[in-house]
Design a protein around this ligand. Structure first.
Ligand SMILES: Cc1cc2nc3c(=O)[nH]c(=O)nc-3n(C[C@H](O)[C@H](O)[C@H](O)COP(=O)(O)OP(=O)(O)OC[C@H]3O[C@@H](n4cnc5c(N)ncnc54)[C@H](O)[C@@H]3O)c2cc1C
Length: 323
């Protein structure tokens, strides 16, 4: 019997979609083990969100409010999580794997002296035991993990599960949390300067990955194909992490989720974190020189080729055809 505690996250005044995805898993685990779902909503002036979540999959919600919780602070949040675990008797804590979740989840696990499984794309309960699935080695292998400790904190990949759509009957209970002195403090949120790239509205996206090779090749090879198709350029995360393109170009779980009519993935391996951002595109073309690249599993058309040869040839043919 598992008591599953969902740690929610508020962004721009609403609960993140990821909370409802985590609720799906939590409800399945609770049903399979005869257990229950509890949730923690943290912030300031967020009682209405706690009420909303109790009715939409969150079960009994603990509401922790205070100045220290008004903005993301992993130290303060992990104290609230410890208090919610003590109040609920939870043995499994699920946290959305968002940038804030990456910060808070391991800290909460350490504070609870619990086991920690990060980046799960699935969690199942069978025969009384819970197994956690995560991808390793760039999505080439799936690891199935079982925990031997009494308490587990697991972070759940965003976009990996369908959001909970049923209803739940839960109460909202105020949780007193003694935050005390903190070694870190929230200063400000800085909005990245937008260069006007809105991938969510583009009908055609030509994305490049690490396989493109250099930042210059994005301008010489990827952007011209996007221009020839009247579309926008996108990128995988390593491209952004390397500073080749700003974050607004990033497609994936920690970037933008896109659904264009045509998505062309060039030199992108197809890790799950990229796929969750583009797999619902209407038509997917993948260009990769590795015939075993996972991107081909979601592609409508797969081209095994060197992108540095085929993409310029395609751009030239399109430009010639347009006259
Ligand atoms: C918490 C977390 C969040 C993440 N969020 C995201 C996210 O939002 N978006 C994202 O994309 N990733 C994300 N990632 C990273 C993700 O796991 C992968 O590491 C990443 O998607 C790999 O990017 P890639 O395909 O460009 O690079 P690689 O995996 O290195 O693949 C490069 C590909 O290029 C091919 N290639 C090389 N040269 C050529 C050539 N000349 N012609 C054709 N093909 C060529 C290779 O065969 C290879 O398949 C995240 C990871 C974590 C842990």
């Amino acid at each position: 019997m598992s008591t599953v505690l969902i740690v929610t996250e508020i962004q721009n005044g609403s609960l993140r979609e990821a909370c409802y995805e985590v609720a799906s898993l939590a409800q399945q685990i609770a049903a399979a083990t005869g257990g229950s779902v509890k949730s923690l909503v943290m912030g300031q002036g967020v009682a209405a969100l706690a009420d909303e979540f109790s009715k939409k999959g969150g079960g009994d919600v603990f509401l922790a409010e205070g100045d220290a919780l008004a903005n993301h602070n992993a130290e303060a949040e992990s104290k609230a999580i410890v208090a919610a675990v003590e109040a609920s008797g939870a043995d499994l804590v699920l946290i959305p794997s968002t940038p804030s979740g990456w910060d808070t989840a391991p800290r909460a696990a350490a504070a609870l002296d619990a086991g920690f499984v990060s980046e799960c794309f699935d969690i199942t309960a069978e025969g009384g035991s819970i197994t956690y699935k995560r991808r390793v080695f760039n999505g080439k292998l799936e690891a199935t993990i079982s925990a031997s400790c009494d308490k587990v904190v697991a972070s759940v990949q965003t976009g990996a599960t369908t959001p909970f759509e049923g209803s739940s009957e839960g109460s909202v209970r105020k949780l007193d949390v003694s935050i005390g002195d903190l070694g870190t403090k929230f200063v400000e949120v800085k909005q990245a300067e937008s260069k006007g790239v809105d991938l969510s509205k583009a009908d055609v996206i030509v994305s490049g990955g690490r396989g493109v090779g250099t930042p210059e090749k994005f301008l010489e090879v990827i952007q011209p194909l996007a221009d020839a198709l009247g579309g926008a350029m996108g990128a995988s995360r390593p491209v952004v992490d390397a500073g080749w393109l700003p974050h607004e170009y990033q497609v994936g779980s920690s970037g933008q989720v896109v659904q264009p009519k045509l998505y062309i993935a060039c030199g992108i391996s197809g890790a799950i974190q990229h796929l969750v951002g583009m797999k619902t595109s209407n038509y997917i073309i993948a260009i990769n020189k590795d015939p075993d690249a996972p991107i081909f599993e979601v592609a409508n058309l797969g081209v095994v080729a060197d992108l540095l040869e085929i993409v310029p040839a395609l751009t030239e043919a399109l430009t010639a055809a347009k006259g």
